[in-house]
Design a protein around this ligand. Structure first.
Ligand code: SF4
Ligand code: F3S
Length: 101
């Protein structure tokens, strides 16, 4: 099993999650981050850090977000590691409000 970044991260990319990951398994593109399931040790530390509740244990991913399980596995290995806090994307705070969070 692994933890999964789901759709709420898209266009937010707050990156609070990466600061607590003990194995640096977050990888990112210009829109969001992805967890490499081969590297994640399921410590769950990142779940509470995300301001938009984007991260779930694989077994807890909501039905509407299931497609992100395969997307994380496909994209993460080919993207650079993100292990330091970055500024959120422009509009992230507005998107957070839209999500009711
Ligand atoms: Fe990293 Fe732990 Fe989150 Fe996996 S569950 S991505 S190991 S912080
Ligand atoms: Fe994305 Fe949340 Fe991390 S918005 S970058 S999963 S803190």
């Amino acid at each position: 099993m692994a933890h999964i970044v789901t759709g709420n991260c898209e266009n937010c990319r707050f990156t609070d999650c990466v600061t607590v990951c003990p194995v640096d398994c977050f990888h990112g593109d210009e829109r969001m981050l992805y967890i490499d399931p081969e590297e994640c040790i399921d410590c769950a530390a990142c779940v509470e850090e995300c301001p938009v509740q984007a991260i779930f244990a694989e077994d807890d991913v909501p039905a509407s977000e299931q497609h992100w399980i395969a997307i994380n596995a496909e994209r993460a290995p080919g993207l650079p590691v993100v292990n330091a806090k970055q500024d959120p994307l422009p509009g992230a705070e507005e998107r957070k409000q839209e999500l009711g969070l």
